[in-house]
Design a protein around this ligand. Structure first.
Ligand code: GLP
Length: 251
């Protein structure tokens, strides 16, 4: 048996070009399957992608009314409508600009009972038939969603204590003040991510280059959660030149 090398690596000159290509790919997926189940990520990385998706949706008249979305994660204790929440980020960047049915938007609620909320989310993902296309970013420590590096990884949706580097990189959502970034979050686990039929991990910039090199060439390790994408049958790394700068022969 021949195992194809995975994840596939595609390098674009810049983040904007990458966003255009991925948005066109998602638009086609949505046209082919109007009931697409889309996994979504927050962070700076997907901002150009969401802007481009909004533009393409208007230009092509895309119908999102039967699309279902699941976001990866949310901060514990932060109400959905609050400015620092991931829910609010998604409302501003994507949800309010396309005709998604609010009932088909799935989000972890950081103010709900964490255990019940995590179980509810896993049941909702299962009831939707799993995720068709999962968009991912990557933390500078190799986390995906909020699956942080450590001695072990969780398969299911779970409550997680955030590492200080992760809190630092999320500080912009909280007026630049790291102390205001919650110390815990709820995150989709590795199972739903790895069981997504397609996974698209986007990374931009020099700060992601060494992680990306380890995701591509390094061993599978819980110390680099994104390395588990090597087990995925249909995973793409979509990089700008800076994020790919430590890879040789990528392109
Ligand atoms: C947060 C999110 C991740 C995201 C990461 C990278 O920690 N939970 O899903 O991938 O940030 O953020 P950025 O894209 O801003 O580098």
């Amino acid at each position: 048996m021949n195992f194809a090398r995975t994840p596939r690596v595609t390098v674009f000159p810049d983040a904007q070009t990458a966003a255009r290509v991925v948005a066109a790919r998602l638009a086609s997926a949505l046209q082919d399957n109007p009931q697409l189940v889309l996994g979504l990520a927050t962070g700076r990385t997907p901002i150009p992608l969401y802007a481009e998706l909004v533009r393409v949706s208007a230009a092509r008249g895309l119908d999102w009314s039967r699309v279902t979305t699941f976001n990866l994660d949310e901060f514990v204790g932060v109400p959905p409508e609050s400015p620092g929440s991931y829910r609010r980020f998604m409302e501003e960047r994507l949800f309010r600009h396309v005709n998604l049915d609010p009932h088909r938007i799935n989000f972890l609620n950081g103010t709900a009972d964490p255990d019940d909320e995590c179980r509810r989310y896993d049941r909702a993902i299962a009831a939707a038939g799993g995720i068709d296309v999962q968009i991912l970013g990557i933390g500078t420590n190799g986390h995906i969603g909020f699956n942080e590096p450590g001695a072990g990884l969780e398969a299911r949706t779970h409550r997680v204590r955030l590492r200080s580097e992760t809190r630092r990189s999320n500080a912009t959502l909280f007026g630049g003040e790291i102390d205001k970034v919650p110390s815990e979050a709820l995150s989709m686990g590795m199972a739903a991510i790895l069981q997504a039929r397609t996974a698209l991990l986007l990374a931009h910039g020099e700060t992601k280059a060494s992680c990306i090199e380890r995701v591509v060439n390094g061993p599978l390790t819980t110390e680099l959660p994104a390395s588990f994408l090597q087990l995925h049958a249909d995973a793409d790394l979509i990089l700008d030149a800076a994020a790919a700068s430590r890879l040789t022969g990528a392109g």
